[in-house]
Design a protein around this ligand. Structure first.
Ligand SMILES: Nc1nc2c(ncn2[C@@H]2O[C@H](COP(=O)(O)OP(=O)(O)OP(=O)(O)O)[C@@H](O)[C@H]2O)c(=O)[nH]1
Ligand SMILES: [Mg+2]
Length: 310
């Protein structure tokens, strides 16, 4: 049984009514060594961007990711056909009663989610200003508040640099332990894996900005190292709260050995945003040119079929 991404399918509504999909059985073998027919493979069409998860005790495990129109991936193997008695015949017993029955195929319970494509993912701990940044650079209006975990689902906004438009997304807040399911971020980190470029958002008045960055990256890497391998920039927000310019120089200095360009902004006062948009969009463009024609990373994890108790 296969899942296939199909650009003509817009949503997952067909699955509301049909919950169980079963491929047809193969045919029965005939007399005189006749082989039964092989059952036609079942292909389930899903919208482009569908991610397919298998429920595991601690979290949902991503098993297939159909990001391109037409892409087809194997979800469950059919059972092997049986063997007729001719396979067990000997010189003296030409028609033994021994035979091997056909096997049943694999069976899974899966969860389907559509994950929208984005160009830029804003990742950061709670209250750092992710919503404020998205609201400052796009027409999106996510809720901005002083309390933590205000944003509970990804918010998308289109950012226009005057030449190109790219989609940025606020990924709900990361927190220590996000990869274990603490806080809302973990549930949506997969949205970040759709991004071409990441923004690691930090705040200027932290005691140790570099330590914050390493902790943030670590949390993301524990979920999926592919996200931390993406092109990224570091953005230091809330510079309006820093009176002493030397403090910013110290942050710049602490970050100089890191592999990222560092931008200083105030989302609240809309400072430093032009440079940031320009730098980030250049990275996205570079990345898109690089990946044109290149096939995307594919997940090949295959879970064990569920125990059918027979
Ligand atoms: N002084 C100052 N405050 C800011 C700035 N950016 C955001 N804030 C404030 O920081 C608080 C949190 O901002 P949000 O944009 O909601 O932060 P968030 O990262 O989206 O938070 P969650 O969605 O809860 O994780 C709000 O009170 C904002 O007004 C900034 O540049 N300067
Ligand atoms: Mg927010």
């Amino acid at each position: 049984m296969y899942f296939q991404a199909d650009g003509n399918i817009e949503d997952l509504s067909i699955f509301k009514h049909k919950l169980v999909y079963k491929a047809r059985n193969g045919g029965v073998g005939g007399r005189n060594k006749k082989h039964g027919f092989n059952a036609e493979a079942l292909v389930i069409k899903v919208p482009v961007g569908t991610a397919i998860y298998v429920k595991e005790p601690d979290k949902d495990m991503l098993v297939l990711d159909l990001q391109k129109d037409g892409k087809k991936m194997l979800a469950a193997k059919g059972g092997k056909g049986g063997k007729g008695n001719v396979h067990f015949a000997t010189a003296t017993r030409k028609a033994p009663e021994t035979f091997q029955p056909g096997e049943t195929g694999e069976e899974y319970k899966v969860l389907l989610k559509i994950i929208l494509p984005i160009d830029v993912g804003i990742i950061g701990f709670s209250n750092i200003g992710k919503s404020s940044l998205l609201a400052a650079v796009s027409a999106a209006r996510p809720k901005i508040a002083e309390y933590p975990f205000t944003t509970t689902e990804p918010v998308l906004g289109v950012v226009d640099d005057g030449v190109k438009k790219y989609t940025w997304a606020e990924i709900p807040s990361m927190t220590a332990g996000s990869h274990e399911g603490k806080g809302p971020g973990n549930k949506y980190l997969h949205q970040a894996s759709r991004a071409e470029v990441m923004i690691y958002l930090l705040e200027a008045f932290s005691q140790d900005v570099k330590k914050d960055l390493l902790q943030l990256r670590r949390e993301v890497a524990l979920f999926n190292t592919a996200i931390t391998e993406k092109k990224a920039v570091v953005v230091i927000n809330k510079i309006d709260m820093i009176e002493n310019e030397i403090a910013l120089e110290e942050i710049r200095w602490a970050m100089q050995n890191m592999e990222y360009d560092v931008y200083f902004i105030s989302a609240k006062e809309k400072k430093g945003l032009k440079d940031l948009i320009c730098g980030v969009h250049n990275l996205v463009t570079e990345r898109k040119l690089q990946t044109a024609g290149e096939s995307k990373h594919e997940v090949v994890y295959r879970p064990k079929p569920v125990d059918k108790g027979d």
